[in-house]
Design a protein around this ligand. Structure first.
Ligand SMILES: [Fe+2]
Ligand SMILES: [Fe+2]
Length: 271
C-alpha cells in the first residue's frame, strides 16, 4: 500500500490525514510480511481504528463548516466503515483464523475506495464553490464603473483564471468580450480612424498578454461584423484607399471571402 497523488482531494488538512491512514496501512502490511504476532497485528488495527475515528470526526466537522450537502449520507458511511473494522477486531480477539492477506486486501479497499469515491466528492464541492465565487466576483467587477487601469487588471485576472483552468474557454472569452466591448462599442465606430484605433487597442491587449490571441481574433471579427461597413468605407478619400483597406481586412482574415467580394463590388460599381 503506497500513497498515490490521485488520492488527494485538494483539501490540505484532509489529505494529510489520509496520508497518515495510508502510512498505518503500510505499517500493517509490513507486520504481516514480517510474520509479527497476532498481538502486534491487532494493536496496529486498533491504532488504525483510533486514527480513523479522529479523522472521521475532523472530516465531518469540515463538511459541516462548508455546508456540504451530502453530510448525512457521508456520516452514515463512516459509521458503517468503523463497524466493519470493529467486527474484524472482535474476530481477532476470538482468535478466529483470518488470513492476513485477505484482511490486508479488505483494509486497503476500505481506505482507498472511500477516499476515491466519497471523499473525492468533498474536494469537488469545494472546487465548484470556489469557482462559482470567483466567477461571480468577476461578473460583479465587469459591471462596475471602472478606470482604465482596473480594466486591464480585470482582463489579466480573467486570463489568469482561464490559465489555471478555473473557468472554461467559452466563459473566459465571453467575459473578456463583454468587458472590452463596454470600452469600444462598435456602434460608436463611424470612420476608418475609429475602427483602426479600436482594432489596434484590442491587438495591444493581446500583445501585452492581457487576453489570449484567440479572444483578440474573435473580438476583432466581432467588431468588424458590427460596425457600419458602408459608413467606414465612405470615410476614405477615394476608392483606391477603400480597396486597400478591404484587401488588408481580408488578408488578416477579418472579412469573409463573401463579404470581401460584396464590398469590393459596391466600390467598383460606384467608380
Ligand atoms: Fe470520508
Ligand atoms: Fe476521509
Amino acid at each position: 500500500m503506497e500513497w498515490n497523488d490521485n488520492f488527494n482531494i485538494g483539501v490540505a488538512s484532509i489529505d494529510a490525514q489520509h496520508k497518515e491512514l495510508v502510512y498505518i496501512l503500510k505499517y500493517l502490511q509490513k507486520s504481516i510480511k514480517g510474520n509479527q504476532s497476532q498481538y502486534v497485528f491487532a494493536n496496529t488495527i486498533r491504532a488504525l481504528v483510533e486514527y480513523t475515528k479522529i479523522h472521521f470526526t475532523d472530516e465531518e466537522r469540515f463538511m459541516e463548516s462548508i455546508g456540504f450537502p451530502q453530510l448525512g449520507e457521508h456520516k452514515e458511511i463512516h459509521q458503517t466503515l468503523i463497524q466493519e473494522v470493529k467486527h474484524i477486531l472482535l474476530r481477532l480477539k476470538r482468535r478466529e483464523n483470518i488470513k492476513p492477506i485477505e484482511l490486508m486486501r479488505f483494509l486497503n479497499d476500505w481506505v482507498t475506495k472511500h477516499i476515491m469515491n466519497e471523499d473525492q466528492l468533498i474536494g469537488k464541492f469545494v472546487l465548484d464553490e470556489t469557482r462559482r465565487a470567483v466567477g461571480n466576483e468577476i461578473i460583479d467587477l465587469t459591471h462596475e464603473e471602472i478606470g482604465n487601469l482596473e480594466y486591464t487588471t480585470k482582463l489579466q485576472a480573467l486570463t489568469e483564471l482561464y490559465n489555471q483552468q478555473a473557468i472554461p474557454f467559452n466563459e473566459y472569452q465571453k467575459k473578456c468580450c463583454d468587458l472590452i466591448l463596454t470600452y469600444c462599442n462598435p456602434k460608436s465606430i463611424n470612420n476608418h480612424d475609429d475602427l483602426g484605433r479600436a482594432l489596434s487597442s484590442v491587438e495591444n491587449l493581446s500583445n501585452n498578454s492581457y487576453i489570449h490571441n484567440d479572444v483578440c481574433e474573435a473580438l476583432k471579427r466581432y467588431i468588424i461584423t458590427h460596425v457600419s461597413m458602408n459608413e467606414i468605407l465612405e470615410s476614405f478619400a477615394n476608392s483606391k484607399a477603400q480597396l486597400t483597406f478591404l484587401n488588408s481586412m481580408r488578408e488578416y482574415n477579418l472579412l469573409s471571402p463573401a463579404d470581401h467580394s460584396r464590398y469590393k463590388e459596391t466600390i467598383t460599381k460606384t467608380v
